[in-house]
Design a protein around this ligand. Structure first.
Ligand SMILES: NC(=O)c1ccc[n+]([C@@H]2O[C@H](COP(=O)([O-])OP(=O)(O)OC[C@H]3O[C@@H](n4cnc5c(N)ncnc54)[C@H](OP(=O)(O)O)[C@@H]3O)[C@@H](O)[C@H]2O)c1
Length: 328
């Protein structure tokens, strides 16, 4: 039987999500990759245990994580039941609806029909009564924003979600949905955008909206799917995401195209006595709107490396300028 490390809350930093009462660990764990049926269940269990033992109290899922889609939630549900049921009140679990899940007009996007059905399916797969945060995963160009917002609001009223969030919404879409939720007193507290050294688009308007609306961000792919680590410094390993055929968003060409910058960033990290992964996470956490960086890990050792980011979160002006210059 798994017993969590008694010292799990000693080292982690917990940050408030915007102006809400919810605090998230500065480093959260996402189950997009490495938790599908194609991945070893014993490794999944080891990663989840190591995470919680180190104060990672937040696990992020979505209906479509796998592969196959849905299997990450099913596997998480099994492992959660086995190891973490007695810790339910210490853990924040999120899921999302929006990407393709089932055939026909109701299996994706942002209609009320899709969101309510998808949340019910996610709860069933994870064997949970409720999720802590439920997100709309991507903006829907066809469904009125009011309808999507109503669906999220209903999930809260039904007790199926404590808080709601959006992901991949533009600054304008975020401001528009925030206005509705404010009128209805819906606990909309969080945005989940991508942010890392190679994708700084949230600095162009979104962080301003979040600050103005009192919302927080949890940023995904903070390591640019592994590019901002030492994973590819000496080639593309066979077991890496860039090499796997089931990861269409990271190619060997992309590794090649970023390598010169990655090597220079790695030198900056070494001068700070950090790995590149540690520095990349610390760099993300410098923005006050970011409550948490949402990492992925294919093995426990990566998780342990990433947690060391918290040992040095401070940057000198000279270091920040050097990083900016490399990223130009
Ligand atoms: N809302 C959305 O639309 C959206 C989209 C994408 C992701 N997300 C969320 O964000 C989470 C994280 O995304 P991500 O997996 O792309 O994050 P990431 O942290 O940028 O990348 C994780 C990958 O980087 C490599 N890695 C991590 N730590 C390492 C280390 N210390 N040294 C060497 N390599 C390391 C591993 O790749 P290898 O597999 O090669 O070992 C790992 O699988 C997802 O699980 C999901 O919850 C949300």
């Amino acid at each position: 039987m798994y017993l969590a490390n008694e010292n799990r809350y000693e080292k982690m930093l917990y940050k408030r999500v915007g102006k809400s009462g919810l605090k998230l660990p500065a480093i959260s764990l996402g189950l997009w990759h490495n938790f599908g049926d194609v991945d070893k269940l014993s490794n999944q269990q080891a990663i989840l245990r190591a995470a919680f033992d180190n104060g990672i109290t937040h696990f992020d899922l979505a209906n479509n994580y796998g592969p196959p889609a849905g299997s990450a939630e099913t596997n998480f549900g099994r492992l959660f039941k086995e190891d973490f049921s007695s810790y339910r009140d210490e853990i924040i679990i999120s899921s999302k609806a929006g990407y393709y899940m089932w055939p026909g007009p109701y299996g994706e996007w942002g209609s009320k029909k899709n969101i309510i059905a998808s949340c019910d399916q996610s709860l069933q797969r994870m064997q949970l009564d409720y999720v802590d945060i439920f997100y709309h995963h991507r903006p829907d160009p066809d469904t009125p924003l009011e309808e999507t917002a109503h669906a999220l609001d209903l999930l809260v009223k039904q007790g199926k979600a404590l808080y709601v969030g959006v992901s991949n919404y533009s600054p304008e879409q975020t401001a528009a949905i925030a206005k509705l939720f404010k009128e209805w007193h819906t606990p909309f507290i969080i945005h989940q955008p991508q942010y890392n050294m190679f994708n700084r688009s949230i600095e162009e308007g979104l962080t301003d909206v979040l600050a103005k609306e009192g919302l927080g961000a949890i940023v995904f792919s903070p390591l640019a799917q592994g590019l901002l680590t030492n994973r590819y410094l000496n080639g593309v390993p066979e077991d890496s995401r860039a090499h796997r055929s089931d990861s269409p968003f990271l190619s060997e060409d992309r590794v090649e195209a970023t390598l010169t910058k990655v090597r220079r960033l790695n030198d900056v990290a070494s001068a700070r006595n950090q790995t590149l992964a540690e520095m990349a996470l610390a760099w993300n956490l410098r923005l006050p709107e970011i409550a948490s960086v949402l990492i992925g890990a294919s093995r426990v050792s990566q998780l342990e490396d990433n947690l060391k980011a918290l040992d040095n979160l401070a940057f000198t002006a000279a270091e920040l300028a050097e990083i900016d210059q490399i990223l130009q």
